[in-house]
Design a protein around this ligand. Structure first.
Ligand code: PRE
Length: 290
């Protein structure tokens, strides 16, 4: 795949630096010279919201660790963007050290990585490096870069093979994630409600909705679910996140396996409005898988 989706002046922001899992996901759809690295998820989202880039690709959900709260909360509270595509990639975590420390790797003094990566390897770290301080970095590749810049320290990073190659680190333990089925979903975001169409996408379309219920109405969640249930529209995910207005105040994110323009879905949206729900739609999109 890659490339033909964008015109020459269009760029895609990704959570960098080079060698993150987000970078690998972006390379499934775009050419490397179309990609611009940003230090954080909010920086990627702001880059597309302010139209400095045409698209941003950010992690949304991991099969072991669940939602990336920063992404979902930023999309609800801070940005008016649409999801134009989704990429699903396998996640393989390795332990990386500077080649100078290759012989000492069993006595590492500190380990660095993205919080999701550390959590995905929790059992491994507990069994092999119990008591060793774990440090959170903005991404797995940021951790790898830090190790490369400190060759004299007996420290390690958790990251992927591409990060090991990019920062010339040695992989001393492979596949250290605790559960075999480790996948992450990434959203491709844009300012317009459009769909990325490229060969290789799954036929199944998905629509993501963020719904705020009317306050203090008993059975409100049951009513929303009924809107989809009696129309036989499947949901693949439902999750609550704090509204940040008080304890017990939530919004719900729903992934609906239907096109937002399908007649049944239009009816569902009208019924949600009639139930006094505030609905933010992130649009309908296809999934690209490796
Ligand atoms: O740090 C990276 O490499 C990322 O792309 C971020 C991220 C995440 O946010 O979950 C992406 C995939 C993996 O699950 C681990 C980390």
């Amino acid at each position: 795949m890659g490339g033909s989706l964008l015109s020459q002046d269009q760029r895609v922001a990704y959570l960098g630096p080079k060698g993150t899992f987000t970078h690998l996901a972006a390379q499934q759809l775009f050419l490397d010279d179309q990609l611009s690295s940003y230090q954080s998820i909010p920086a990627c989202i702001e880059a597309v919201a302010s139209k400095r880039v045409s698209y941003a690709i950010v992690p949304l959900e991991n099969a072991l660790e669940g939602t990336v709260p920063l992404t979902i909360d930023y999309l609800f509270h801070e940005a008016e963007l649409y999801v134009v595509g989704e990429v699903l990639t396998p996640i393989e975590q390795h332990l990386l050290v500077h080649p100078q420390q290759a012989k000492n790797w069993e006595t590492l003094t500190d380990i660095y990585s993205h919080p999701h990566a550390l959590a995905q390897c929790h059992k491994y770290l507990y069994n092999h490096f119990h008591g060793v301080p774990l440090h959170e970095t903005a991404s797995t590749a940021a951790a790898a870069k830090y190790i490369a810049e400190h060759p004299n320290e007996c420290i390690g990073a958790i990251g992927n093979k591409a990060a090991a190659e990019t920062y010339k680190l040695k992989i001393v333990e492979r596949y250290i994630h605790d559960f075999h089925f480790n996948h992450t979903r990434f959203f491709i975001l844009a300012n317009e409600n459009q769909r990325l169409l490229q060969q290789g996408h799954e036929e199944q379309i998905k629509t993501t909705l963020m719904i705020e219920l009317p306050s203090d109405r008993s059975g409100a969640l049951h009513q929303i679910l009924s809107v989809f249930a009696w129309r036989q529209i499947n949901l693949s995910k439902i999750e609550s996140r704090p509204l940040k207005t008080g304890l017990g105040d939530y919004f719900f994110t729903l992934d609906v396996l239907e096109d937002e323009n399908a007649p049944m879905m239009r009816g569902a949206m009208e019924e949600l409005a009639a139930l006094d729900c505030t609905v933010k739609t992130l649009g309908s999109y296809f999934t690209y898988k490796k």
